[in-house]
Structures are given as structure tokens and as C-alpha cells.
Ligand binder design. Structure first.
Ligand code: ATP
Ligand code: PRP
Length: 213
């Protein structure tokens, strides 16, 4: 009974590996560094590397039994067909609305202005502005959102902030919080049923590892 755990390269991989190590799970030494399937020392557990936004999809369709995904991407995905049993507390950041330093966002909202908002979090942003009763024309981007207000593509962006360095470096300020973000363990419901004997202990040991971290 093999368990497949989906991770994204970069931050999530770097922050999940120590948790796995604390749970007694280490990568097998002989993995090809370019391979997207990474065996672990535990023959019954392998990791797969996918784009961050694709982790929920792999788990939803059962191509991975479990995965690690940010709450930002889970909100965007919708979370259908996914259990979310554990907040791992890793990769903490916030999803915010940000504008250029001089832009009067509160005034624009008060006046019911129609704002152009650039983001890769299209669904989450749409829900946020709809809940506020605001008119927002959304423009879908795939990265470097901070550039959009500087070159006149948008009045505002919806993006992630951690240290605030990227916003500051581009003369932007956060004007509204949308979501506090950390990464969660997600589980395919059918896997949870059929492979419970392996997945339940994995959840328990990751819970312990996250608490100790
Ligand atoms: P890709 O590079 O594949 O397009 P991505 O840019 O979303 O995807 P990462 O930057 O590795 O991938 O981000 C993965 C997750 O880490 C995000 O979904 C979010 O939950 C979290 N994250 C993103 N940026 C930060 C940050 N600056 N600080 C802390 N956590 C962050
Ligand atoms: C994320 C996010 C912001 C930045 C915020 O980008 O999209 O641009 O981090 O972090 P800060 O507040 O600490 O500056 P990331 O570094 O992941 O780059 P990428 O999304 O373009 O890969």
C-alpha cells in the first residue's frame, strides 16, 4: 500500500522536509535530482513534485493520496473533494489588497468607484469584493503582481505578503486583509478510507512534528 504525497518545489518543499524528518521520514539517498517522483527511505511512501497551484488537483483526483498546500491556493481551488485534517503552520503569510502609496483606496471604496484589480487569486478576489459590495474588474495575472499598479495595468492587486519587502520595494502598501495563510495537509477522501491504516499514523506523526516545530 503505497502513499503518494504531493509537494511543490521551493518554499513548501523546504519547509515540509524538516517536518517529515521529525516524523521519521527521509528521502532515499539515491534519487535523481531531476526526477519528479522522490522515493523515501520508507518503501511505502513517495513524494511527487508539482506546481503549487496543482497540488489540490492531484489530491482531489487521487493521483496523490495526500499533499501540502497553502490556504491561499485551497481557497482558490475551492477545496471540493479534499479533507483538510491538519494545519502544518508552515509558510505563513497574508493575502491582502495592496495599492500604490498615494492611492486613496478607502475613498475609492466609499465613492463606489469601479476598481481594476490584478491578481492570480481570481476567485478569492471576486468573492472578497462581492462580499464588500464593490465593483472590481479583475485582471488575471500569473506572477509579479506588484508591477501592475506601477505601469497602469491596475489600481490594486490581491497578493501575498510576508515581510512586506516586496510591497515596499515597489512603493505599494497593504490596505486590506483578506486571508491569514499557512499551509495545510490535504487528503483524498477515498484514500483516507482505503488507506487509513497508513494515512492516519502519518497525520498523527505530522501533527506531532508540527507542534514540536
Ligand atoms: P509557482 O512558483 O509554482 O508559480 P508559487 O509562487 O505559488 O507557485 P511558492 O512561491 O513556492 O509557489 O508559494 C507556495 C506557497 O507558499 C503559497 O501558496 C503560499 O501559501 C506560501 N507563500 C507564498 N509566498 C510566501 C511568502 N512570501 N512567505 C511565506 N509564504 C509564502
Ligand atoms: C511571494 C508573493 C510576494 C512575496 C511577498 O512571492 O507573491 O511577491 O512573496 O513576500 P514578502 O512580503 O516577504 O516580500 P515569491 O517570493 O514566492 O515569488 P514568486 O511567487 O514570484 O515565486
Amino acid at each position: 500500500m503505497t502513499i503518494t504525497l504531493a509537494l511543490s518545489k521551493g518554499r513548501i518543499y523546504e519547509e515540509t522536509l524538516p517536518l517529515l524528518a521529525r516524523a521519521g521520514i527521509r528521502l532515499a539517498g539515491d534519487a535523481d535530482p531531476r526526477s519528479l517522483i522522490l522515493p523515501t527511505e520508507n518503501r511505502d511512501l513517495r513524494l511527487i513534485l508539482v506546481r503549487a497551484a496543482d497540488v489540490p488537483t492531484y489530491v482531489q483526483y487521487g493521483a496523490a493520496d495526500v499533499g501540502v498546500a497553502g490556504r491561499d491556493l485551497l481557497a482558490e481551488h475551492g477545496g471540493q473533494g479534499l479533507y483538510q485534517p491538519l494545519d502544518l503552520g508552515i509558510a505563513p503569510c497574508r493575502m491582502v489588497v495592496a495599492v500604490r502609496g498615494g492611492f486613496d483606496y478607502a475613498g475609492a471604496v466609499r465613492q463606489g468607484a469601479r476598481l481594476r484589480v490584478a491578481t492570480k487569486y481570481f476567485h478569492t478576489a471576486r468573492e472578497h469584493f462581492a462580499a464588500k459590495g464593490m465593483h472590481a474588474d479583475l485582471i488575471r495575472l500569473y506572477g509579479s503582481m506588484e508591477l501592475a499598479p506601477l505601469v497602469g495595468l491596475a489600481d490594486a492587486i490581491v497578493d501575498l505578503v510576508d515581510t512586506g519587502n516586496t510591497l515596499r520595494a515597489n512603493g505599494l502598501v497593504a490596505v486590506e486583509d483578506i486571508l491569514a495563510v499557512t499551509s495545510r495537509l490535504i487528503v483524498n477522501p477515498a484514500s483516507m478510507k482505503l488507506k487509513r491504516a497508513a494515512i492516519a499514523p502519518l497525520i498523527d506523526s505530522l501533527k506531532e512534528a508540527a507542534r514540536a516545530g
